[in-house]
Design a protein around this ligand. Structure first.
Ligand code: FAD
Length: 315
């Protein structure tokens, strides 16, 4: 495969992993080793997030690009690169997309990105893009069908949205502009995803909608992630976690149980696959996939020289 949507449409249930780029150049080898180990379990693809702040490589040649390049061309796993547009001019976004294409990437997650609370309007480039829909349009205008384009969906509406209904209308516009599939923001109850998919279908969004799964692995990461995504943690989870909040092992055990049960419910309800927010950790995600019977028993052999990118260059 090269483009993720071609495989999703085949109907096979699969799974995929999200990684954050390394915070320091020294942590890059650890991350790559982890990606390689987790690729042996058989994900359809992995994706690398994109962060403006604190990038050790600087804005121009980001560490996200570096990891995506190594993942696709060395590890040999199909890789999707996230690109956020809100801080860049159109030309800078085009350059980033050209670099992604040159590396052999065929999959992009087109995002607006978060607008920092203290951002002044002069920091937003005049020749820029104000939302993900405009970015999907730019990708299609400049690159035709080269990329499979994914966009973000929010099962309870984006936190800045005027309303849940209006957010769904904007999501449809992103899809109509040329997005091939949707990955959702994390959520804590299967019913949120099930209702969201029903509402999307009702307004004519027909592309695959992949649920984003966040295995709870520690008290702090749960707090950080829910603060960033402005989600409310259900009272039942707070009550279960609070008494064990200083015991990481107990929390991970609880998180694995909760996520496994939710994944079963999602797959039974027709979710095409599962996308894991790994937070660059492997134990919980692998255990959940083993319990679901989805983790490959026979490790997949990675053949770096046979990746889509290198293959084409040699041909
Ligand atoms: P958009 O779809 O542009 O929506 C942003 C807001 O604008 C919403 O409130 C929407 O209702 C509104 N809107 C949308 N279209 C229009 C329109 N045409 N006119 C007016 N209003 C409109 N952040 C990162 O920084 N790096 C990452 O790698 C990253 N990866 C993510 C991956 C996933 C799967 C998800 C769900 C989120 C990710 N985020 C990431 C967070 C994301 O950048 C933020 O949620 C951001 O605030 C919105 O990005 P978006 O692409 O969803 O925006």
């Amino acid at each position: 495969i090269e483009k993720i949507n071609q495989h999703i449409e085949s109907g096979t249930k699969f799974f995929s992993f999200e990684y954050l780029p390394p915070r320091t150049p020294n942590s890059a080898p650890n991350l790559l080793a982890r990606i390689e180990r987790m690729t042996a379990g058989g994900p359809l693809f992995i994706d690398i997030t994109w962060h403006l702040a604190g990038d050790p490589m600087g804005d121009k040649e980001t560490s996200s690009m570096m990891v995506a390049n190594a993942a696709v061309n060395y590890v040999g796993v199909e890789t999707m690169l996230h690109i956020t547009c809100q801080k860049y001019s159109k030309e800078e976004i085009r350059q980033a997309l050209h670099r992604a294409k040159d590396m052999g990437l065929r999959n992009i997650l087109a995002l607006r990105g978060d607008i920092p609370v203290n951002q002044v309007s002069s920091e937003t480039p005049k020749d820029g893009l104000s939302n993900a829909e405009e970015m999907v349009k730019l990708v299609r205008e400049d690159f035709g069908d080269h990329f499979c384009v994914c966009v973000a969906g929010y099962t309870q509406g984006h936190p800045d949205a005027v309303s849940y209904e209006q957010d769904l209308v904007y999501l449809k516009q992103k899809v109509d502009a040329g997005a091939n599939f949707i990955i959702t923001q994390l959520f804590f109850e299967a019913q949120h995803y099930i209702k969201f998919v029903k509402d999307c279908r009702a307004i004519g969004i027909t592309v695959p909608i992949i649920p984003g799964i966040f295995p709870i692995q520690s008290y702090n990461s749960l707090q950080n992630v829910t603060k960033l995504s402005k989600l409310t943690i259900p009272q039942s989870i707070i009550s279960a976690i609070t008494p064990i909040k200083d015991n990481d092992q107990a929390i991970r055990h609880l998180g694995i149980g909760l996520a496994t049960a939710m994944c079963k419910e999602l797959l039974d309800a027709g979710a095409p696959s599962l996308h894991f927010y790994t937070m660059n950790l492997e134990v919980a995600t692998i255990e959940i996939l083993k319990r679901l019977g989805m983790w490959l028993q026979e490790p997949k052999k990675c053949l770096p020289w046979k990746t889509s990118a290198n293959y084409k260059r040699q041909a």
